[in-house]
Design a protein. Structure first.
Length: 79
């Protein structure tokens, strides 16, 4: 297999990604400013919705310590 040593830069390192993020921030600010009174009545629901969304975009429970996933071929999980 021939692996390319030059990988693609992350989205925030590309000019189009930075421009897209800036447009998203400006549009988000505009929407919040124009619709603040509509949103303010739903803060409790938005907070409850933020919890599952955080877990969805967090990527699950990868990286928590204390879980050993070793390949033990003897079937003995004593170590």
């Amino acid at each position: 297999m021939n692996h390319d040593t030059h990988s693609q830069p992350a989205w925030y390192q590309r000019p189009s990604g930075v421009a897209g993020a800036m447009v998203s921030v400006v549009l988000g600010f505009y929407l919040l400013r124009e619709h603040w009174y509509h949103i303010a009545g739903y803060w409790s629901y938005l907070l409850l919705l933020a919890c599952p969304l955080m877990h969805l975009f967090h990527g699950g429970h990868h990286g928590h310590g204390g879980h050993s996933h070793s390949n033990n071929k003897s079937g003995n999980d004593s170590g």
